[in-house]
Every structure is written in C-alpha cells, then in structure tokens.
Design a protein around this ligand. Structure first.
Ligand code: HEC
Length: 134
C-alpha cells in the first residue's frame, strides 16, 4: 500500500512539474512576442522572413535552429561580418539591442517556436547569462 502511495505521489508531482514548465514556456513566448514587435520586427519582419541580401530570415533559419548559443550571443552582443543562413551569405551588422538576459531568453523562445520553427527546450535567463562575447 505504501509503495502504491509513493508511486502515486511521484506521478502527480511529475505531472505538476510538467504543467508548470509548459506554463512558464508559454508565458515566456508571449513576452517574447512583444519584445519581437518592439526590437526585431523592423529588420526581420512580422513573418520572420527578413530581407534578401540584407537581413537574414529567422523563419526556418538553419543558423538559428542549429546555433542556439551563437544566436544568443548575436542578440546579446551584436553580430557583424559574413554569416551563412540557409546557404546565402549575409555581410551586415546587427547592433546589440540592450536587452536584459531574461528578455533575450523570452525573444529566443518566441523566435524558436514561430513561423514553423519548433523546439521543445526552453531558453532560460541563466543560459543567456552564461554566454560571453566571442
Ligand atoms: C537593424 C536591423 C536588425 C534588428 C533590429 C535585429 N536584427 Fe537580427 N540580424 C540583423 C542582421 C543584419 C543580421 C546578420 C548580421 C551579419 O551579417 O553578421 C542579423 C542576424 C540575426 C540572427 C542570426 C542569423 C539568423 O537569421 O538566424 C538572429 C537569430 C537574429 N538576428 C535575431 C534577432 C532578434 C531576436 C532581434 C530582436 C531582439 C533582432 N535580430 C533585431 C539585423 C537586425
């Protein structure tokens, strides 16, 4: 009987923590959407498509989806010089945007899950804090 109760308690705790995680991911993405409108949309556009030759896309960007740390670094410290996104070379400058670590985590969670992009790993403020300049 005791064993059954212990298993039950573990399962309930697991479900509870899972729901908490979902909720904080959802809230982070919602804050990220607002930050995107304020800080990113002028260049990367509402559709995340960017502008050919000038501003790289975020929608379906192989760079973003496979270089999470480098993407965080670019948003945090700025990004300049040649970079290849989906086989096209961009050689431009993105200035640092002056966002807090938490805001960078939120906007990452938004862009990683918008326009067909998909991830199930949440970016946290701690992860952003750990990313230093190149
Ligand atoms: C003034 C225009 C501008 C703004 C505003 C801007 N970016 Fe960028 N972004 C760029 C440019 C230009 C590059 C490519 C830089 C290079 O060529 O090295 C880039 C590159 C990137 C990349 C890596 C390449 C890719 O397409 O996956 C990410 C991720 C990114 N930006 C996200 C953001 C986010 C998030 C914001 C808002 C918080 C933002 N950018 C705001 C111009 C901008």
């Amino acid at each position: 009987m005791k064993a059954v109760l212990v298993v039950f308690a573990i399962v309930v705790t697991g479900i509870f923590l899972g729901l908490q995680q979902d909720r904080s991911f959802q809230e982070s993405k919602e804050r990220g959407a607002v930050i995107y409108q304020d800080f990113c949309v002028t260049c990367h556009l509402p559709t995340g498509e960017g502008v050919p030759e000038v501003y790289p896309p975020l929608a379906n960007s192989d760079y973003l989806l496979t270089n999470k740390t480098a993407s965080i670094r670019g948003i945090k410290f700025g990004q300049r010089g040649p970079m290849v996104v989906n086989g096209k070379t961009y050689d431009n400058t993105m200035m640092p945007l002056g966002l807090e670590d938490e805001e960078i985590a939120d906007v990452m969670n938004f862009i990683l899950t918008s326009w067909g992009n998909a991830t199930d790993t949440l970016v946290t403020a701690e992860e952003v804090a750990a990313v230093g300049p190149r």
